[in-house]
Each structure stands twice: as structure tokens, then as C-alpha cells.
Design a protein around this ligand. Structure first.
Ligand code: NAP
Length: 264
């Protein structure tokens, strides 16, 4: 399927590895020019080189913390330069908060989680919307989590911050839809990335099992009997950035292999 977005310009935040990288690769395959971002410059440059060698698209990199004002400004400036002033596509992403107990989290922990997983995407959305509205075309995809629909008790910081972003997107997507701007959220369940390994680490330590055993247990609990891949996650993201989603507004698309046991 032609996604109809060849030549558009996209920001993919937090994209040197994992799900962000999967989204960047799928957008590049669709012919989208990219601004990639992560804090670590080495992995970021390696990903950019990999994408440039596989696809005929422009790839710029911005090494910096996307949760900082400076990081956001640098990413926006690079994308505006690449896109002649306008950003067509924004994929919001950042690292997830640490696990813990409700009793662990102090105000500082809450502010950090809210900044990473709610206020940063909101700031970037606010920055790109005027250009998208003027151009009568735009796509925003926010990488959130299955925890928005089905809470993960040890990820209370994530459950709460992402629910806040989801509420914002629900309302704002309906305000901008009339201008050809489409905003949706993409909710990962367990996917094969560094993040899932770091979440498994506590289980490995507590129960004295291996990382492979922890992965196998996780996979076995999912109806697909496997965890997701960044590639299939990226393909869904690219579709949500395509011409074909003009009538899909403010939705929460769950990619969890069916582990969320709900009818709708
Ligand atoms: P990952 O494999 O650990 O990759 C994270 C990527 O984000 C890396 O490129 C990392 O590079 C970058 N990054 C992290 N913090 C950043 C920041 N402040 N500024 C700029 N870049 C940053 O993680 P992932 O699995 O792709 O997860 C992506 C998001 O989905 C996270 O919020 C995670 O909580 C959520 N999620 C993941 C899963 C899963 O199973 N994988 C499930 C549910 C939700 P640097 O470290 O160099 O900055």
C-alpha cells in the first residue's frame, strides 16, 4: 500500500533504538524525511547511517534530551529547516518512568514522569499544530502504553502521566480535525526492546531466573505466545501517519498481542 506521505518531513523523538527506531525505519520506507533524536549521539548516528543507507530520504540527527526545553527547540528547528518551515508529522516518544510502589514516589518523581510522558509531548504538539493547521495537513502519533487501558501496578508513574496525555489528545484531536490534522495514540504492550529487558531485570533478580526465562514467561502470557517487534510497531505507526487515516481521530490503538482481555 502506498502510504501517500513520500517527501513529508517527520520528527521522531527518542528514536535511536527500540520502538522509536522502528517508527523511523517504517516512515523512511514510506519516503518520509526524518529528524531523529536521542540523548546518546553514538547510537543515534548509527541509526541515521543505517536508515540513510537503506532508503533514499534525508535524515538529520539532534542529540539531546527531548524532555528539556533546549532539546525540544533543537529538534523543532532541525525539522523546520528540513521541511521549509513546516513539520508534517510528529511522533512523540521518550523513555518510560521507573517501576516501583505507590509509596516510593515523591513530588520530584511525579514531576519528572509528568514532564517526560505528558508535558513534553504536549509542548511539541503545541509547537507543530499552527504550521499543520495552516497547511491543512498534519499527523501526530504519541507512543504511550497498554497501561493507559489496563494499569500495570508497578508502573504507577507511567499509568498516570500517560493517562494525562491521553486526555489531552482526546480533546485536542477533535479541535484540530477540521483542519486536516490527525492525532492518535499508539499503545505498546510488551515489545522486544531494551525497555522490556530493564523491566524484566527486577524479576530476574528477585526470583533468581534468567533473562531468557523472564522473556519466555512474558511471551507465554500473551495470546500470540510471543512479544511484539519494533518493526511491526513501526509499520502501524507509519500507517497512522499516512493519508489513509483522515477519518481516525483521537483513537488509542493497542498493540499488545491480545493480552488486554477486553471485548472492546
Ligand atoms: P528503549 O528500547 O529503551 O529505547 C528508548 C529510546 O529512547 C532510545 O533511543 C533512547 O536513547 C531514547 N530516549 C530515552 N529517553 C530520552 C530522552 N529523554 N530524550 C531523547 N531520547 C530519549 O525503549 P522502547 O521500548 O522503545 O520504549 C519507548 C517508549 O514506549 C517508552 O516510553 C516505554 O516506556 C514505552 N513502552 C515500551 C514498551 C515495550 O515493551 N518496549 C511497552 C509499553 C510502553 P538515549 O537513551 O540515548 O536517549
Amino acid at each position: 500500500m502506498d502510504l501517500g506521505i513520500r517527501g513529508k518531513t517527520a520528527i521522531v523523538c527518542a528514536s535511536s533504538k527500540g520502538l522509536g527506531k522502528g517508527c523511523a525505519q517504517a516512515l523512511a520506507e514510506a519516503g518520509v524525511n526524518l529528524v531523529l533524536n536521542a540523548r546518546g549521539a553514538e547510537a543515534l548516528e548509527a541509526t541515521a547511517t543505517e536508515i540513510r543507507s537503506a532508503h533514499q530520504v534525508q535524515v538529520a540527527t539532534v542529540a539531546g534530551d527531548i524532555t528539556s526545553d533546549e532539546g525540544q527547540a533543537a529538534v523543532l528547528a532541525a525539522a523546520r529547516e528540513m521541511g521549509g518551515g513546516v513539520v508534517d508529522i510528529l511522533v512523540n516518544n521518550a523513555g518510560g518512568p521507573p517501576p516501583g510502589m505507590w509509596s516510593d514516589w515523591e513530588k520530584e518523581d511525579w514531576l519528572k514522569a509528568l514532564n517526560s510522558n505528558m508535558l513534553t509531548p504536549i509542548a511539541l504538539i503545541k509547537a507543530v499544530l499552527p504550521g499543520m493547521i495552516e497547511k491543512k495537513w498534519g499527523r501526530v502519533v504519541n507512543i504511550t502504553s497498554q497501561s493507559v487501558k489496563s494499569p500495570i501496578p508497578v508502573l504507577g508513574l507511567s499509568n498516570a502521566a500517560r493517562a494525562g496525555l491521553t486526555g489531552y489528545v482526546a480533546g485536542t484531536s477533535r479541535q484540530v480535525a477540521q483542519h486536516g490534522v490527525v492525532m492518535n495514540n499508539l499503545l505498546p504492550g510488551a515489545h522486544d526492546t531494551d525497555r522490556i529487558k530493564s523491566l524484566n531485570a527486577a524479576e530476574v533478580e528477585k526470583r533468581g531466573i534468567t533473562m531468557d526465562q523472564a522473556m519466555a514467561e512474558r511471551a507465554n502470557a500473551i495470546p500470540t505466545k510471543r512479544i511484539g517487534t519494533p518493526e511491526e510497531f513501526g509499520a502501524t505507526c507509519a500507517f497512522l501517519c499516512s493519508q489513509h487515516v483522515g477519518f481516525m481521530i483521537g483513537q488509542n490503538v493497542l498493540l499488545d498481542g491480545g493480552i488486554g482481555n477486553t471485548t472492546m
